[in-house]
Design a protein around this ligand. Structure first.
Ligand code: TYD
Length: 137
C-alpha cells in the first residue's frame, strides 16, 4: 500500500486543569479494531527498533512519553515522522517497512495493532519485502 495511506491521526483531547485525557476507540478514531497493545520502553540512547514490515497488520504508533522518529518506506518512497505528543498517532497500513530511532531518554512508544502477534505476518528481511511488493505489481 502507498505511504500516502499512512497518516498522523489527531486523537481526541480533553484538556483539564487536573491533567489532560486522550482516548482511542477502535474502528472509530482509527480504521481498525484493536486486538493487541504493546509498548517499547527503557530504550537505550542510540537504539533502533522495528526493521520489518507486516503483510496484513495495521497499527497506530503513539509517543506516550518523550519522543522518537518513525521512518516509513513503501518500497518506492521514504518518510520520516517525529512523534512527540500523546494526542497524535501515526497510522501505519500493511506492507510498509518501518524503522524507529532517535528515542529520547524515558520515552515510551505504544503500538495499537489490528491483530494478535503472528510471526508469519512479518517480513524481517528488506529484500523479501521488496520482492513481495514487486510480485504484487
Ligand atoms: P521485534 O519485532 O523485534 O520488536 P520491534 O518491533 O521493536 O523491532 O520483537 C521483539 C521480540 O518480541 C520478538 O521475539 C517477538 C516478540 N514479540 C511478541 O512476542 N509479541 C508481540 O506482540 C511483539 C510486538 C513482539
Amino acid at each position: 500500500m502507498p505511504i500516502a495511506d499512512c497518516k498522523i491521526v489527531e486523537l481526541p483531547k480533553i484538556t483539564d486543569a487536573r491533567g489532560n485525557l486522550t482516548f482511542i476507540e477502535g474502528a472509530n478514531h482509527i480504521p481498525f479494531d484493536i486486538q493487541r497493545v504493546y509498548y517499547l520502553y527503557d530504550v537505550p540512547g542510540g537504539a533502533e527498533r522495528g526493521g520489518h514490515a507486516h503483510k496484513g497488520l495495521s497499527q497506530l504508533i503513539v509517543a506516550m512519553s518523550g519522543s522518537f522518529d518513525v521512518v516509513l518506506d513503501d518500497g518506492s518512497e521514504k518518510r520520516r515522522f517525529h512523534l512527540n505528543r500523546s494526542y497524535y498517532g501515526l497510522y501505519v497500513c500493511p506492507m510498509i517497512w518501518r524503522e524507529l530511532d532517535n528515542f529520547s531518554s524515558g520515552s515510551v512508544c505504544m503500538v495499537l495493532a489490528s491483530n494478535r502477534y503472528d510471526e508469519d505476518d512479518y517480513y524481517r528481511d528488506y529484500g523479501d519485502f521488496k520482492q513481495a511488493l514487486n510480485l504484487r505489481d
